[in-house]
Design a protein around this ligand. Structure first.
Ligand code: CA
Length: 436
């Protein structure tokens, strides 16, 4: 989905005043989806759309007789306690609801009074996972991350020869995908420190984060069929922020030969709001592969993918220690990168995932992999920032970190901004570490 339409017009203004404030993540050009209810209530969770500092309640809105046909069907499907049914409806339904919501929220909308009855203050709501996530797959799409990590685990052989040919991934754990704001319990596991004779069971001492994007599958494919690259994006509903918490000491001992297992499956945080692929249309970039790199195999290549396969999504990590938070200091920015540096595009991930006939389903979640870029300020995990714990990170208040300590709070943020389009954002994905 790369075509621009009236919903992307940077001149659109909403009658919801907070949506028009510069720097706000949720202007009328964004319209991301979440599942929410009033904070502390026993109301049913239902779908909502963010506009400024408000949430538009789709369950209430769909009872107001404002929509018809496919748009009404879409609004009803998005009113349930998960968005799976809405995600399964496909591009035309997602697009028609987006257009209808955009028109309802514009400054000259006639139905403003009715629509205003369906708004709640964002600070008064709590969220649920936006979908029932049947399967979670984590990819490894930054060659910078793969090389940096490879150097630490295998100094003589940092980047394995398959990397430049295969979008590397593994099947993650869907049951431990949690929401932004949920605390992260330090996991225990088998640790085998260098020089030790035998492993011990102990709490991880090398707890880390990974800045990633989460990709929600919309329409799936049937078992035994593959999704061609030029249809791949039609199967993607949208993206959120994702923190793939990782215990590096558990990982280093367990990962060969089958890849990560308990070092990753204790928690994966996602942000509540899913920004649709349609909303991301103005921020597409060409996908290029340097001439001295192997070019993608034909099934991972297309004219469209070359012309606009990449996304310029700006990403940032801040870290706040307990003493920084006590002193009311802001989180310190420890990484600022962009999804544009990914070695494989989103379409290539979908196509590769299904090339063997594997069936994706509505609500499946893909992780992009840690999105480190080429520069030192673009490293998206502590493992890279501190070179495996060898070079501590010094924070502005003088504290140092090699890996995360109890009480440390990690916040991911993402946004898109270009001169011909409105700035849109992803909100945030927060997690705080604790030990039991
Ligand atoms: Ca990961």
């Amino acid at each position: 989905m790369t075509a621009l339409n009236e919903t992307h017009d940077p001149k659109l203004i909403s009658w919801v005043a907070s949506a028009n404030l510069p720097g706000n993540d949720f202007p009328i050009q964004n319209l991301p989806f979440a599942v929410f209810r009033r904070k502390g209530s026993d109301e049913a969770f239902r779908g909502g759309v963010a506009i400024g500092d408000q949430v538009l309640d789709l369950a209430t809105l769909s009872s107001k007789n404002l929509f018809a046909g496919e748009t009404q069907q879409a609004a009803l499907a998005a009113s349930g306690s998960t968005l799976n049914d809405f995600m399964a409806m496909g591009q035309s339904a997602w697009s028609s609801l987006r257009l209808a919501l955009s028109r309802l929220l514009r400054e000259d909308a006639k139905q403003q009074a009715i629509t205003a009855q369906c708004l709640l203050d964002m600070e008064d709501v709590e969220y649920a996972l936006p979908a029932h996530i049947g399967d979670y797959t984590d990819f490894y799409t930054s060659i910078y991350h793969a090389t940096n990590v490879g150097k630490l685990f295998r100094p003589d052989n940092p980047l394995l020869p398959n990397y430049r040919w295969v979008p590397i991934g593994y099947h993650g754990r869907a049951s431990s995908v949690i929401l932004s704001g949920d605390d992260i319990q330090r996991p225990q596991g088998q640790l085998m420190p260098p020089g030790a004779e035998r492993p011990t069971l102990a709490p991880s001492k090398r707890l880390d984060f990974e800045l990633e994007l989460g990709i929600f599958v919309g329409t799936g494919n049937s078992l035994g069929t593959a999704i061609p690259i030029d249809q791949a994006e039609q199967h993607v509903f949208g993206m959120c922020l994702l923190n793939d918490w990782s215990a590096r000491d558990i990982q280093g001992w367990e990962y060969q030969p089958l890849g990560p297992f308990l070092s990753k499956s204790f928690a994966t945080s996602i942000s509540p709001w899913i920004v649709t692929l349609e909303a991301l249309a103005p921020y597409r970039l060409p996908f290029t592969r340097d001439a001295d790199e192997p070019q993608p195999l034909p099934y991972l290549d297309s004219e469209h993918n070359r012309a606009a396969g990449a996304f310029d999504i700006q990403l940032k990590i801040t870290l706040a220690t307990p003493s920084m938070r006590e002193a009311e200091l802001p989180g310190h920015t420890i990484c600022q990168t962009s999804y544009r540096h990914a070695y494989w595009t989103l379409a290539q991930l979908i196509t590769h995932h299904t090339v063997n006939g594997c069936n994706l389903q509505a609500g499946d979640l893909l992780g992009s992999g840690t999105l480190s870029g080429p520069e030192p300020h673009q490293l998206a995990a502590m493992l890279e920032i501190t070179q495996g714990g060898k070079q501590p990170l010094t924070l502005p208040n003088g504290e140092q970190r090699t890996f995360l300590e109890d009480g440390d709070q990690v916040t991911l943020r993402g946004w898109c901004a270009t001169k011909d389009a409105a700035r849109i954002g992803f909100g945030e994905c927060i997690g705080t570490v604790f030990s039991r």
